[in-house]
Design a protein around this ligand. Structure first.
Ligand code: HQG
Length: 173
């Protein structure tokens, strides 16, 4: 089994297109493990290896080990149930040069995902931006945003989520 390839397939079905393999997610994004094993033709041991070795800990089993979900990144409607949390002073967003004019005009928007994804440090943001070309990292004044009433949540794998970031809170990192 190719762990990276399987992880990508798992991301695709648990975040974006569960119906493509006949899966149904519950409102919190959980899928039945047995159904996932059948749909992706994996053994339990293989699935456990994919979850355990994933570089960004993208997937989580529930307490009983009978259900699995993606910890963030969905485009399908889910309520992950993360509680609002006070963010650190500053957070970071990695992007590329060509998006800057739009971002500086209208702020960060979630696009097809549920939330804007922010990184706790510059290095992580650089990797996120680097998926699309030479990375550009923006600093987000999360402290001022929290004071202004924006709600921040943190996913099980440490990604900070917020509905949007207006341009006034953005500066070069
Ligand atoms: C950009 C990966 C124009 C934004 C990563 C980004 C992350 C705008 C792209 C996670 C914009 C959206 C999320 C605006 C934002 N105008 N462009 N107003 N606002 N953008 O992939 O943050 O591997 O949906 O800068 O590591 O890149 O999937 O978001 O370039 O944690 O687990 O629009 O996805 O994790 O792209 O990445 P994405 P992202 P996984």
């Amino acid at each position: 089994m190719d762990v990276v390839r399987t992880s990508k397939r798992l991301s695709f079905v648990l975040r974006h297109r569960p119906e493509s393999v006949g899966l149904v997610l519950d409102p919190a994004g959980w899928a039945d493990v047995e159904q996932v094993l059948g749909a992706l033709r994996l053994t339990r041991q293989e699935l456990e290896r994919v979850v355990a070795t994933n570089d960004k800990r993208r997937f989580a089993f529930d307490d009983t080990g009978t259900r699995i979900r993606a910890s963030q990144g969905h485009s399908v409607t889910v309520d992950l149930g993360y509680a609002p949390e006070h963010p650190p002073e500053e957070l970071f967003h990695g992007t590329v040069e060509r998006f800057l004019p739009a971002i500086l005009a209208e702020g960060l928007r979630p696009g097809r995902r549920h939330a804007v994804h922010l990184s706790p440090d510059v290095e992580t943001a650089r990797v996120v931006g680097g998926r699309r070309g030479r990375p550009v990292v923006l600093r987000v004044d999360s402290s001022a945003m929290a004071a202004a009433g924006f709600t921040f949540r943190r996913s099980a794998n440490g990604v900070w989520l917020v509905d949007a970031v207006p341009p006034a809170y953005l500066s070069p990192a």
